[in-house]
Design a protein. Structure first.
Length: 458
């Protein structure tokens, strides 16, 4: 590290580095004009307030440069705190306006009719799936459900812009990524019903999907744990020289976890090819984002960690597709992390255990449902291209509904995993405390058969 000064400031060069980096006020060997400013706090401090413009440096100290890890930086005689905000809010990239018209002179990633139509079909499938599983929960047929309503474009358009080799670390509101990759409605139903064909063997709550076939790590309930895991996986992809990245999804609420910060820093320092995809939907159950952070959302935090970042309209499928496509190129071919903040709204309740009208205005929900719906906006664009019509729409909706009802019937009839499966697959040799628990469980089920399902094989 070298301190570069002109000759008259030679004394400063002899100071310990830490001291020489201090503000000049009160510094014993600072030029007189500056040291004396410290005795006039009113005048001096007024101009030191954050965000105020400061006149160009006039004396030789303006020539002082500190060569510090991270690059050279200027010394300043002005005590200036960085502002807590950037002033102007970071703008939001979009391709389609609210009526599905392309904004002129807009840069976006072209997509073929085949991909564009599959995107739309999958958005509709996700919407129908949400409606029917939600109803199934209300009928008591499954224990829990959580919809992606309002976030269909985020789910499907982001998935469409990735390669199937990219490894996904989801939160829980992104089943559309799995749908895009080919997970069938029967596979979704098997997981929600926790039957023998569920890959998790019924040990998890509904919506905790996972698939090794589709490089989709199993959803894990504790918020944000997937972020550092994604960075580790991304680093491993880089070491193996794979043309793939890790992609992790999370909500605005997830950014309040320490794991978010650890992951961003880790990724930046290790130059890991990972895309951090934040769905900023305004709410973390009943906590609004105003109680979550004071920064300009999430996008500015990426920059603070040295990560290239963008804010996109999460309800504009073409903007999401374009941003993720570009993010992937940069992550994989430049080996760097990227942060995407997609602005959207959680139109549904948090889950079937929630009633969001208790803490937010119905008008707010309705505004997003009717005026900012990502599916209608994308459909208008498709129709203008001549790629979609009313007949295709009704045919698709009824066939998905039929297929899903059939899948639910099959999943419901399917046997449950055997009781012993609750204790398998973790240890090679089951430890004594788990064996005791298993015996206790079997004894309790025998004693109170009416309290337990009859269709669980011993
Ligand atoms: C570590 C941890 N804390 C709290 C919870 C309870 N919890 C479940 S979902 C959730 C809200 C998360 O909100 P956000 O990340 O914005 O995602 P969204 O539900 O809006 O998609 C909370 C607090 C949890 N699962 N894990
Ligand atoms: Mg949220």
């Amino acid at each position: 590290m070298a301190l570069i000064c002109n000759a008259r400031s030679r004394a400063a060069r002899l100071l310990p580095q830490a001291l020489s980096a201090l503000p000049v006020i009160g510094r014993p060997n600072a030029p007189k004009s500056q040291a004396s400013l410290g005795n006039e706090p009113g005048r001096r401090l007024a101009s030191a307030r954050a965000g105020e413009s400061v006149s160009p440096l006039s004396d030789e100290c303006s020539n002082q440069v500190l060569d510090f890890p991270g690059g050279k930086l200027m010394f300043s005689p002005d005590m200036r705190f960085l502002s807590g905000s950037t002033g102007e809010r970071v703008s939001c990239y979009r391709v389609l306006d609210d009526n599905g018209h392309r904004i002129s002179d807009n840069s976006f990633q072209e997509l073929s009719e085949k991909v564009a139509v599959k995107m739309y079909r999958d958005m509709i499938t996700l919407q129908v799936m949400d409606t029917i599983f939600y109803e199934a929960q209300r009928q008591g047929r499954i224990s829990f459900y959580l919809t992606s309503t309002g976030e269909e474009a985020i789910n499907i358009a982001s998935a469409a812009a990735l390669s199937n080799e990219d490894v996904i670390f989801p939160q829980y509101r992104e089943p559309g990524v799995l749908l895009w990759r080919g997970f069938t409605l029967q596979e979704f139903a098997n997981q929600c019903f926790g039957n023998k064909s569920d890959y998790g063997k019924g040990r998890q709550m509904p919506i905790h999907y996972g698939s090794s076939k589709y490089n989709y790590f199993t959803v894990s309930s504790p918020i944000a744990t997937q972020l550092p895991q994604a960075v580790g996986a991304a680093y491993s992809l880089k070491m193996d020289k794979k043309n793939a990245c890790a992609v992790t999804y999370f909500g605005d609420g997830g950014t309040s976890e320490g794991d978010f910060h650890a992951a961003l820093n880790f990724a930046a320092v290790m130059e890991a090819p990972v895309i951090f995809f934040c769905r900023n939907n305004g709410w973390a159950i009943s906590t609004p984002t105003s109680e979550q952070f004071r920064s300009d959302g999430v996008v500015t935090r990426g920059q603070a960690y040295g990560i290239r970042s963008i804010r996109v309209d999460g309800n504009d499928a073409l903007a999401v597709y374009s941003a993720v496509h570009m993010a992937r190129e940069m992550a994989v071919f430049e080996a760097r992390p990227i942060l995407i903040e997609a602005l959207t709204y959680r139109v549904g309740h948090h889950s079937t255990s929630d009633d969001s009208t208790k803490y937010r205005l119905v008008d707010e929900i309705e505004h997003w449902r009717s005026s900012r719906d990502p599916i209608s906006r994308y459909r208008w664009w498709l129709e203008r291209n001549g790629w979609w019509c009313d007949d295709a729409e009704s045919e698709l909706r009824s066939s998905v509904r039929k297929e899903l009802l059939q899948a639910i019937q099959v999943a419901e009839r399917e046997q449950k995993p055997a009781l012993g499966e609750l204790f398998s697959d973790v240890y090679d040799i089951i430890p004594s405390n788990l064996r005791e628990q298993e015996q206790f469980l079997r004894h309790t089920v025998k004693k109170h058969p009416g309290d337990y399902p009859h269709n669980v094989p011993a």
